[in-house]
Write a protein that binds this ligand. Sequence first.
Ligand code: GLN
Length: 287
Amino acid sequence: MKKNKTIANALLEGKHRLQLAGKDNYAFEAELLLMEVCQISRVQLFTHGEKMILPEEEARYNDYLNQRESNRPLQYILGQCEFMGLPFYVGEGVLIPRGDTELLVETVLSMSKENNIQQVIDLGTGSGCIPICLAHYGKMNCLGVDISPKALSFARKNAEKNQAVVEWLESDLFDKVPPSWKGSFDAIISNPPYIAKAEIGTLMPEVRDFEPKNALDGGEDGLAFYQRIIKDSRHWLKNGGWLFFEIGYDQGKALLSMMMEAGFSQCTLRKDLAGLDRVVFGKLKEN
Ligand code: GLN
């Protein structure tokens, strides 16, 4: 009969398999999968290296490694990820929150006090990571909107997990937002789908084959959602309200001119840690 493996052996084998599968963070990923399977901390992985893993743990670990070798994102396998220090449930049907998006949330948070940003709407909320963080760290009143019921079911669970009070609405951008809320938002925020249709095929398989297309596809030029949101935003913002977007690295110029043309002032780009344009914001001119 086959002898069970020790934790140390299982870890080594997992690292090896993921390295062969070409995963850049193979060591880190194998650790996380084994920690999840054995329900142990990272420290225990090393202090309990000689401990045997149970047959059912080994079977599950093996299944996770198979999934990862088939490019299923690590975060979907684990069912969770972290964003701005908070835990979020994720799975098929919802975009995995990206580190880049923390810049968008930080930008809103940093401007909220001085500009009295309290009532905000997040369009295309996905996992709900943006409004949940704004409610948690900024005590803002947020409405999270998404066209996908699946995404909203994750968003609701995430709000509960983080004890954040957020309102949710199933709607294609502003379509189902009650007209009585016109003129009531201090800020509109969105990290919309912004990949040009033709580029989707070139994305890494984890993204291309597993994450929801409708969370990625920004139309022919990647700008379709920005256009729609900018066009409607003046009806929903308060006088002098703010518009914040996450953007693709090469979309800064286009967004600046679209926003200025639509009557936004103080239009500003922010760069991410890689030095690439990542966030744009502007203030609706007061009339
Ligand atoms: N707002 C969510 C996020 O930033 C989802 C964005 C999307 O699906 N395009 O992760």
